[in-house]
Unconditional design. Structure first.
Ligand code: PBG
Length: 333
């Protein structure tokens, strides 16, 4: 029975695909996305990562081809992670000019110049034999301030090698300020900092740790430096501190369990907000879709759009290439 008063009829604007496109509040674009890429030292051919279907550990040569293809597809940024051939107590590969990421950065910058933004994850967990994001003190705890010295050296090495953006992900207190100071002293005043400001001690990083061959020593975890997932207000304290120290962009990580945090950060700051749709978030979609339990494309698009809707300007996602290829071939309604 039709109502005899003018009820709101939102369904009128949902009738056709063209109408829905016209009134959509959120547009996800290739230019919002950053592709995380892995480069491994000492391999002859790219290696698949079992828990991250479609993602590779690259050689420098295969990485170069991948980044070139992404740039041709309209992708504007990549973020590099290194897998060194050898690890040590302080993570020397993170700041050695001949470390794998530095070698890769020089190669990419020489070929691509400023065509695509080259970001470098700045941490030592891939490079330490104990798998922690910092150096350890005599009791086996991560020493905050000694770690800052290492991050400062890594930032300068990455900037020297051609990084446009360095992205500290270790959650040490004062890391952004230490890195900004070191970059400026080395003459890299133009290199920007994407701070992993609100990074949670998540269970969703498992596939990433396979990708970079990291095992945290003695059943350890990162709860002593990454954030407790029960806390949202604390994220704002972290964001404020990073901006005060010179962050150019701030990040929330992971993305979907923390949409409330993304929205709160977006409300609070006027600089770009990034969110990292992490390895476990990607792997869940891949695994469920492989079983035929969900529709891969629909769920991937739904999740990435939700992250944008919550307030992220920039999304780091392993779906970047998929989205860019889809955008390039998509039939309009
Ligand atoms: C630390 C770092 C991690 C990720 C990005 N940078 C792992 C960790 O904190 O254990 C995870 C990214 C992902 O899961 O996709 N260098």
């Amino acid at each position: 029975m039709a109502a005899n008063f003018p009820i709101a009829r939102p369904r009128r604007l949902r009738r056709t695909a063209a109408l829905r496109e016209l009134v959509a509040e959120t547009q996800l674009a290739v230019t919002d996305l950053v592709a995380p890429l892995f480069v491994r030292e000492g391999i002859e051919a790219p290696q698949p990562i079992v828990s991250l279907p479609g993602v590779m550990q690259h050689t420098v040569v295969s990485l170069q081809a991948e980044v070139r293809e992404l740039a041709d597809l309209g992708v504007r940024a990549v973020i590099l992670f290194g897998v060194p051939a050898t690890k040590d107590a302080v993570g020397s590969g993170a700041f050695d000019p001949q470390g794998i990421v530095q070698v890769a950065l020089r190669t990419l910058r020489a070929e691509l110049g400023d065509r695509i933004v080259l970001m470098a994850d700045l941490c030592v967990d891939e490079y330490t034999d104990h798998g922690h994001c910092g150096v350890l003190d005599a009791d086996g705890n991560v020493d905050n301030d000694l770690t800052l010295d290492i991050y400062a050296k890594a930032a300068v090495a990455q900037a020297d090698a051609g990084a446009h953006v360095v992205a500290p992900s270790g959650m040490m207190d004062g890391q952004v300020g230490a890195i900004r100071t070191a970059l400026d002293r080395a003459g890299h005043t133009e290199v920007s900092i994407l701070a992993y400001s609100a990074k949670y001690a998540s269970g969703l990083y498992g596939p990433f740790r396979d990708a970079v061959d990291v095992q945290i020593a003695a059943g350890g975890d990162r709860k002593g430096y990454q954030q407790d997932w029960r806390n949202a207000r604390e994220a704002l304290t972290e964001v404020d501190a990073d901006i005060a120290q010179g962050a150019d962009m701030v990040m929330v990580k992971p993305a979907l369990p923390y949409l409330d945090v993304i929205a709160a950060v977006r409300q609070r700051v006027d600089i770009p907000v990034a969110a990292y749709h992490v390895s476990g978030e990607y792997a869940m979609i891949k695994a469920a879709a492989a079983n035929g339990w969900i529709d891969h494309d629909v769920v991937a698009l739904e999740q990435l759009t939700a992250i944008k809707r919550a307030g992220a300007d920039v999304i780091l996602t392993y779906f970047t290439r998929w989205f860019a290829e889809r955008a390039a071939t998509r039939v309009q309604p």
